[in-house]
Design a protein around this ligand. Structure first.
Ligand SMILES: Cc1cc2nc3c(=O)[nH]c(=O)nc-3n(C[C@H](O)[C@H](O)[C@H](O)COP(=O)(O)OP(=O)(O)OC[C@H]3O[C@@H](n4cnc5c(N)ncnc54)[C@H](O)[C@@H]3O)c2cc1C
Length: 414
């Protein structure tokens, strides 16, 4: 099967990339190994979109333009939510998982993207520094795609790995987290509930009823509604990406979450109705490996709010590193400002028809701790999709830069 652009991974970056390439006139196939779209935004039940708004003391004002903003405005309406203002002038948008999936599916269909679910890329062939074939596997068949260009939005630069190309490896583990939804929380001010939760868990740990690792449980801000909310359990154990480690990680996260809820229901009088109503299908692993681009996004460029000439996407979230501590280490850039991601961070250094976006774009460990948030994934995804489509049209992806910049970076702020 031949096509112009193949996008791997229907997370938020892949959804944006596929829509961008299709709107640019390319024939697009979007491949997803799971049975649903959204990537971590739905499979890890992330719950809030960061990186959409400027950081400032007053109300939420969009930093992203073009598709990222269009997507967020529609999603806010469909989710019936409002942006939440948080500490240090940060703002983010809570969303409903089903609304995100429905909206993505409608927009993909409208753009004419061919979506293949339960289709995992398992092998890649390369000739003369170009990807020639992708081998796909489903439950019943194995088949081959022959794309003109490829956009890797797999989250871990899987295409580079399968092609045997060096990636940018993660030196320090960025603690993952497991999210689940509960009902039966007492109705009170969110901040008070958050403080009470800390107190209840501490009591359990002091009594020896809960493991010390349970202190990493918190409420996902902005998700509480009438006693229903998302709880997030941080996972400090190092994760190396192997099946054995991932299995242990998943099992531990679930059993620890159930133990906490069981303890709280039994021993805290205010929590007798507490019950888990859903659990994320998978543990959220923040970052592992990234692709090597012709440019690498560095933390210095982020902190200086650099706006390179070939800027094609917008980053607006601080550097948020999840290390050994319970809370992340945040490094902020100027309020009311943002940085631009250069096109070269989305274009392969090694293969002439490989582009990438999302949390596996070409960036240092510190820099990806800013650029991995969903708002930026939507922005980089759309830019990478347009670059890939231009490569098919004219053979020169650089020709799309001005157009992308006008739409996605300089577009109307109002
Ligand atoms: C615990 C946690 C909390 C977070 N909190 C927030 C938050 O509050 N706000 C925020 O904005 N961001 C948050 N993030 C970050 C954000 O959710 C992710 O970085 C972002 O969703 C990544 O999107 P993506 O499209 O790049 O990748 P992903 O969402 O990982 O999508 C990749 C997709 O590719 C598919 N895939 C992988 N390999 C293959 C293959 N070989 N063949 C076919 N398909 C494949 C996967 O199944 C997946 O659907 C959080 C992340 C974590 C882990």
């Amino acid at each position: 099967m031949q096509c112009d652009v193949v996008v791997i991974g229907a997370g938020t970056a892949g959804i944006a990339a596929a829509i961008a390439a299709a709107r640019s006139g390319a024939q697009v196939v979007l491949l997803e190994r799971l049975g649903s779209v959204g990537g971590l935004a739905t499979s890890a039940m992330v719950g809030t979109i960061c990186g959409l708004f400027y950081r400032n003391a007053s109300t939420a004002r969009y930093a992203v333009r073009g598709f990222a903003r269009e997507f967020a405005v529609k999603l806010q309406k469909a989710s019936r939510t409002e942006p939440v203002s948080y500490a240090q002038g940060l703002h983010f948008l809570p969303y409903q998982f089903a609304a995100l999936q429905q909206q993505a599916l409608a927009q993909l269909q409208q753009a004419g993207v061919q979506l293949l679910l339960h289709a995992q890329v398992v092998a890649v062939t390369v000739e003369h520094a170009k990807i020639v074939t992708l081998q796909l596997q489903t439950a019943a068949e194995t088949f081959v795609l022959m794309p003109s260009t490829v956009v890797d939005c797999s989250g871990h630069a899987q295409i580079s790995r399968l092609a045997g190309i060096e990636r940018i490896e993660q030196a320090h583990y960025q603690a993952g987290a497991f999210v689940f939804q509960v009902s039966g929380l007492p109705v009170m001010a969110p901040r008070l509930l958050a403080l009470n939760l800390i107190r209840w868990i501490k009591r359990g740990i002091l009594q020896g009823a809960l493991e010390p690792a349970c202190e990493r449980l918190s409420i996902v801000p902005g998700t509480l509604r009438q006693g229903v909310g998302l709880l997030k359990l941080g996972l400090a154990t190092r994760f190396d990406g192997t099946a054995a480690c991932l299995t242990q990680y998943e099992l531990e996260a679930r059993s620890r979450s159930m133990a906490i809820i069981d303890y709280l229901r039994r021993y805290e009088p205010d929590l007798q109705d507490l019950v888990i109503i859903s659990m994320a299908p998978e543990v959220g692993v923040r970052t592992l490996s990234r692709a090597q681009g012709i440019q690498i996004l560095h933390e210095d460029a982020i902190l200086a709010c650099t706006k390179p000439e070939d800027g094609v996407a917008i980053g607006a979230w601080p550097i948020e590193l999840w290390g050994a501590q319970k809370i992340p280490e945040m490094t902020y850039f100027a309020a009311d400002d943002c940085y631009w991601l250069a096109a070269g961070t989305l274009v392969s250094r090694h293969l002439r028809n490989l582009f990438f976006a999302g949390r596996a774009l070409s960036a240092t460990e510190q820099a990806i701790a800013s650029a991995r948030v969903i708002g930026t994934c939507l922005s980089t995804g759309f830019a990478a999709g347009m670059l890939a489509a231009e490569q098919v049209n004219s053979g020169i992806w650089q020709q799309a830069i001005d157009k992308i910049q006008i739409q996605q970076v300089l577009g109307d702020e109002s």
